[in-house]
Ligand binder design. Structure first.
Ligand SMILES: CC(C)(COP(=O)(O)OP(=O)(O)OC[C@H]1O[C@@H](n2cnc3c(N)ncnc32)[C@H](O)[C@@H]1OP(=O)(O)O)[C@@H](O)C(=O)NCCC(=O)NCCS
Length: 175
């Protein structure tokens, strides 16, 4: 990948055109051992179907999709803000599927994706953000650095892609 990375919000009608590239990033992360809803092996069609669903949500205004693209326009990272909430929580958003391709890690891309989420959430009138991350994983440090408050740990919340239980840590951030 080239050095220059751009972080931007994907347009409402544009997400469908990015599903293949987003699937590449998801598959790379799961193959790298990330617990992000999917088990190994992750067939490509399943990953693509997941992103098609996300693209539909973006087109309905239910999700904000952020991507990081390298200098050649290739998607190397992504994160989402889930906008659609119950009627009594219009001010809340959930942050989901923070993924950076292994080839692009440790260059501050996730930190930039999180900053973009904060900016877009503010624009959308969101003042409380929530997310969860595997306890003891790389992402926990990222969220703490970005000012997220740790709420607590739920043991055996999910499975790693190879089948072992993992705990999750819940975080929130007030904007
Ligand atoms: C967690 C994840 C998103 C982090 O992505 P990233 O782009 O590598 O994150 P950053 O570069 O912002 O920070 C990662 C580390 O690199 C360091 N770093 C940032 N910029 C750097 C630079 N220019 N040079 C050296 N190190 C740097 C950070 O300080 C951080 O250090 P740490 O590991 O000690 O905490 C990525 O590892 C990933 O996609 N994992 C798999 C999926 C996953 O678990 N997602 C989280 C779901 S909740």
């Amino acid at each position: 990948m080239t050095d220059e990375v751009t972080v931007r919000r994907v347009g409402v009608n544009e997400a469908a055109g990015l599903v293949e590239q987003l699937a590449d990033v998801l598959i790379d992360c799961v193959e790298g051992g990330a617990s992000v809803s999917f088990m190994l092996p992750l067939p490509r069609e399943k990953a693509v179907a997941f992103w098609r669903g996300v693209a539909d949500g973006v087109s309905r205004g239910e999700r904000v999709l952020i991507v990081a693209e390298d200098g050649e326009g290739q998607v190397v990272g992504t994160v989402q803000l889930v906008m659609k909430m119950p009627d009594n929580q219009p001010h809340r958003g959930d942050v989901a599927k923070m993924l950076v391709h292994r080839k692009a890690r440790r260059r501050g891309i996730a930190q930039r994706l999180l900053a973009a989420i904060d900016d877009e959430a503010r624009k959308e009138g969101k003042t409380v953000l929530v997310l969860d991350a595997v306890t003891g994983g790389d992402a926990e440090r990222l969220y703490e650095r970005a000012g997220w408050q740790r709420v607590g740990v739920i043991p055996k919340y999910a499975l790693m892609p190879t089948g072992e239980f993992c705990s999750t840590t819940y975080f929130f951030k007030h904007l």
